[in-house]
Design a protein around this ligand. Structure first.
Ligand code: ZN
Length: 249
């Protein structure tokens, strides 16, 4: 590690030590070290070849009209049953256990924060680990989806099962948004990581941070983000490495 990175990580350690209400806001970059492709990055999902473009497939209307085709793509590209939490997830879980971190707000749907031990996780885009029958609302785990041959059908009533994942054309759940706004506005240290902050609603939510007095905001992302200029500390490096070092996991 070069000198400037080392200095920044020491700076981050100090900020964590001096904070009592840390909130983390994260995106796809948090899970890339776990082998889950970054949804919007150049070498991510969007660049891979498929019959339709991914943005079309992962939309509400496509799910309704082409359910079988949706599930082919979904099972193949969006589920990663063997993925394990990386040091970023583990560091955040440790900070929560220490009583310093109060909430993780994530755009990811992989459930890796909970797998690492995080308790208060606000999933803006839902989770692949929750699936519901559209008719009777019976709950199904991810394995049921993986083990279905084509379209997953409810074993109770025969209804079609839908993942609790926010598809394109669908709105985010209002209660998750308002909880996220509340947590961000209470934070004395907001750590934003693994997101370029250009996609709705990320950028808008960050605006609720109360950047007064001793409150600090830190951005950790491999590439430059839209908000680097508002950060008290900006680390352009791998988030698993940075948080792993800073928290010691
Ligand atoms: Zn059912």
């Amino acid at each position: 590690m070069d000198k400037s990175s080392e200095k920044k990580i020491n700076n981050l350690k100090e900020l964590i030590e001096n904070s009592n209400y840390i909130v983390f806001f994260g995106g796809a970059g948090v899970s890339t070290a776990s082998g889950i492709p970054d949804f919007r990055s150049v070498d991510g999902l969007y660049n891979q070849k498929y019959k339709y473009n991914p943005e079309t497939i992962i939309s509400h209307s496509f799910f309704v009209k082409n359910t079988e085709e949706f599930y082919k793509f979904y099972k193949d590209r969006m589920l990663a049953p063997s993925a394990k939490p990386n040091k970023a997830h583990l560091a955040l879980a440790k900070l929560e256990e220490m009583g310093k971190l109060k909430a993780v707000i994530t755009q990811n749907i992989d459930g890796l924060h909970q797998m690492a031990g995080s308790k208060n996780v606000l999933e803006l885009h839902g989770s692949v680990h929750r699936n519901y029958c559209m008719k009777c609302r019976k709950f199904f785990e991810m394995n049921y989806i993986l083990e279905s041959n084509s379209i997953p059908i409810c074993d109770e009533c025969g209804g079609t099962i839908k993942p609790d994942v926010v598809l394109y054309e669908e709105g985010l759940e209002q209660s998750i948004i308002s909880n996220s706004v509340r947590e961000i506005s209470k934070a004395d240290l907001l750590i934003v990581g693994g997101t370029s902050l250009v996609v709705y609603p990320a950028a808008g939510l960050i605006d609720y941070f109360n950047h007064d007095g001793n409150n600090k905001i830190i951005l950790i992302n491999k590439s430059v983000t839209a908000r680097d200029n508002m950060a008290d500390l900006c680390i352009n490096d791998d988030i698993a490495k940075v948080l792993g070092e800073a928290v010691g996991v």
